[in-house]
Design a protein around this ligand. Structure first.
Ligand code: PLP
Length: 452
């Protein structure tokens, strides 16, 4: 029997899933006990489960389905490419049309002289590429000791040993073996949680200057690069105070540190520009991309690299690459996704309308007694869930009430949201309509009421 075309009932699927499928970032015991949600179909912003229930997807999958679900054009692009050339590699002096076309399109869309693309299969792989690329860059320039990469605590840059080391998630490091050598972390610019008595502006400067302190502590000729998400996504949609990025930029320029902007979430319209770096006036040497590049329809990521770094990398044999670097089907799907984002004005609409509409609705949740601050930037945002907003008290434990509200109560109200510590996160498909945003916020409010 083809189980995909003709699947058994939910309880049986859940038992088979628990018996044979190991899930990422999931407690297996809990999964066995409760049974996984089985999602079978999706259209627009709506997911349907194996019992036929509909849910509004407040998270665009994992922050990636920017154009929404069910676009036949992408299925057709995949099918055409699979018939024409399902696979070939881009190693050893070979290339193919989809990789050429996508690299050219990305060079056109990316700001300034970010004109060169190294493809990967995911964001994690792309950040692993970046580790090697910045170290190779400095080694080729005669400075092999300039190899330390500075990142931030609570950052998320992926799950491999390299990208997980760049990330600053302590629970991942505690698994052992991370971080790999010559990667270190400064504090995050999370004013609500860590700002104390400082104004957001003072705090932004204080946190940015930690980069300067770290560079001086290590020695300028040891530091290769600083990596950061323009807006920390999986860390809880942490939007830095306005003083932070200008100061980071000044420090990177002063000490000749390569700046890597991890645009895996912020890229492709999420913040209202094609890249979060444009929204926040950041001038990176390298941008990490994935997720919204194909709207999640095909696994693909990459690094968009500036002329200066690409020139050095092109002057040596960069001993790095993946079987699926520039996979033809994934490139064809990504190209079609970019065409839709561009021709349908989806990024422009975020900037001219949807971001402001979402901000207005979402900020209304701050009137709920269980909500502390409510913030958005573009089409992503968060609320702090707290039993007492005036004292900024946290609910007990990550898996306590905050998790219950976000996972269980939202779900009961037909809404899929994400929970990070004491925050409920939102990052819907960019094509969400005003009426759907109204529904999303209404359902979130009802979910909060269930805990009140
Ligand atoms: N970088 C950022 C900012 C991310 O949010 C993620 C995933 O959530 C990654 C990198 C890793 O991407 P992937 O899961 O495709 O490996």
């Amino acid at each position: 029997m083809n189980m995909i075309a003709n699947h058994p009932p939910t309880a049986e699927l859940q038992a088979l899933d628990a018996a044979h499928h190991l899930h990422p970032f999931t407690h297996g015991g809990e999964l066995k006990q409760k049974g996984a949600r089985v999602i079978t179909r999706a259209k627009g912003v709506t997911l349907t489960d194996s019992d036929g229930n509909d849910y509004l997807d407040g998270m665009a999958g994992l922050w990636c389905v920017n154009i929404g679900y069910g676009r036949d054009e992408l299925a057709e692009a995949a099918s055409r490419q699979m018939r024409e050339l399902p696979y070939y590699n881009t190693f050893f002096q070979t290339t193919h049309v989809p990789a050429i076309a996508l690299a050219n399109k990305l060079a056109e869309l990316a700001p300034r002289d970010l004109n060169h693309v190294f493809f990967a299969g995911s964001g994690s792989e792309a950040n692993d590429t970046n580790i090697r690329m910045v170290r190779t860059y400095w080694a080729e320039k005669g400075k092999p000791e300039k190899n330390v990469i500075i990142s931030r605590k609570n950052a998320y840059h992926g799950s491999s040993m390299g990208s997980g080391s760049l990330g600053g998630m302590s629970f991942m490091h505690e698994q052992g073996g991370l971080p790999i050598p010559d990667i270190c972390h400064i504090d995050q610019p999370h004013w609500w949680k860590e700002g104390g008595d400082m104004s957001p502006e003072e705090f932004g400067l204080e946190r940015a200057r930690q980069l300067e302190q770290k560079i001086e502590e290590l020695g300028e000729d040891r530091v290769a690069a600083f990596i950061a998400e323009p807006v920390q996504g999986a860390g809880g949609v942490v939007i830095a105070p306005s003083t932070y990025w200008p100061e980071i930029q000044r420090i990177c320029d002063k000490y000749e540190i390569l700046l890597i902007a991890d645009e895996v979430i912020c890229g492709f319209g999420r913040t209202g520009s094609w890249f979060g770096s444009e929204t926040l006036n950041i001038r990176p040497h390298i941008m990490t991309i994935a997720k919204g590049l194909s709207s999640g329809y095909a696994p693909i990521g990459g690094s968009i690299v500036c002329d200066e770094v690409a020139e050095v990398i092109n002057n040596c044999e960069f001993a790095h690459g993946y079987t699926y670097s520039g996979h033809p089907m994934a490139c064809a799907v990504a190209l079609e996704n970019l065409r839709i984002l561009e021709e349908e004005g989806i990024v422009d609409r975020v900037a001219s309308h949807s971001a402001a509409y979402l901000a207005d609705k979402w900020k209304g949740l701050a009137d709920h007694p269980l909500v502390g601050e409510a913030t958005t930037i573009g089409m992503m945002g968060s609320i702090v869930l707290t039993p007492d907003a005036s004292s900024r008290a946290a609910f007990a434990g990550d898996e306590g009430d905050a998790g219950l509200i976000t996972r269980e109560h939202c779900f009961q109200n037909g809404l899929i949201m994400r929970h990070v510590g004491d925050r409920m996160i939102i990052s819907p498909p960019l094509i969400i309509t005003d009426a759907e945003m109204d529904t999303l916020v209404e359902r979130a409010w009802k979910a909060l009421d269930l805990a009140h």
